[in-house]
Design a protein around this ligand. Structure first.
Ligand SMILES: [Zn+2]
Ligand SMILES: [Zn+2]
Length: 283
């Protein structure tokens, strides 16, 4: 399992990304659905301070305090620096739980900051926030997860394995390899459709898709499916698109409303998933 997602626009959104034990946003229902798995979460990453994205945080912090599990693991909460709703809510939660049995690390971040996640084997991963367009006055971020790997330098790729071993013996491993980075994941948060240059070459794009029918949108604070499809068409390298934060008004019409637009992408090798507003999504 890579993702567990619950998301219904206006009500609740949370996205568990298991490889990094990371939770993007914490809408309500998170603790009751995850149960003791709340201990598996290392990082909470908040996109903005609207209640449908943060309401479950008090419950999560509390459940983690009383449920069975290893209390030595800290919980880091990453959020847009200067977001007053989030800061006030965190102050309240910490004030209400003065004797937490584990450490909570509050980590406000700025756009383009590199936040280290993990290194394992020959790769290293970090998180990079970027500003998005949402409601006026609300500091809102999307995030990339970037991975750095080592690969064989082009000039050595035609050599056989014995020749490579010899080179490593002579000059060391660094001599034959170079680093390259890729965007493993991009998440939009609540936002107007992300421009192609932001989503370009992201292997998995998690994009909010509040409106399947653009005529239903009154303010330009959220995305429509049509705009997302246009921007995905204008970009390269996206392998998987997960559409979440879908309005509950479309519950019975997702397939019907999306078919024509999705058909426009038929020539591309792209896997598309819709997070149904009333179902737990697991991938
Ligand atoms: Zn929302
Ligand atoms: Zn919002």
């Amino acid at each position: 399992m890579e993702f567990k997602i619950y998301s219904k626009a206006l009500y609740s959104t949370w996205i568990l990304y298991r490889p990094e034990r990371l939770l993007f946003d914490v809408g309500e229902s998170i603790s009751s659905v995850l149960g003791n798995s709340v201990y598996a979460i290392k990082d909470v990453v908040l996109t903005h301070g609207h209640v449908d994205h943060i309401a479950g945080l008090w419950g999560l912090i509390n459940t983690r305090n009383v449920a069975m599990g290893d209390r030595k693991k800290p919980l880091r909460i990453i959020f847009p620096r200067g977001n007053r709703a989030i800061q006030a809510y965190l102050d309240f939660i910490i004030g209400m739980n003065p004797r937490l049995r584990y450490e909570v690390i509050l980590n406000p971040v700025d756009p383009n900051e590199e936040i280290f996640l993990r290194t394992a084997g020959n790769f290293k991963r970090w998180l990079v926030p970027f500003r998005v367009r949402h409601t006026p006055g609300e500091i809102s971020y999307g995030y990339h997860i970037i991975e750095e790997r080592k690969k064989l330098k082009a000039e050595f790729r035609s050599l056989d394995s014995n020749a490579i071993v010899e080179l490593v013996k002579k000059h060391g491993r660094e001599y034959i390899t170079e680093n390259f980075t890729k965007k493993v994941l991009t998440i939009s948060g609540d936002s107007y459709a992300l421009p192609p240059e932001i989503i370009d070459n992201s292997e998995t794009l998690l994009h909010e898709c509040t409106f399947l029918d653009g005529r239903d949108r009154k303010n330009q604070n959220h995305s429509t499916l049509e705009e997302i499809i246009e921007n995905v068409k204008a970009s390269n390298g996206i392998k998987r698109l997960i559409l979440y934060h879908i309005s509950g008004r479309y519950t019975t019409r997702i397939k019907r409303l999306s078919k024509d637009l999705i058909d426009k992408l038929e020539d591309r090798e792209l896997e598309i998933h819709f997070v149904h507003p009333e179902k737990l999504f697991v991938l």
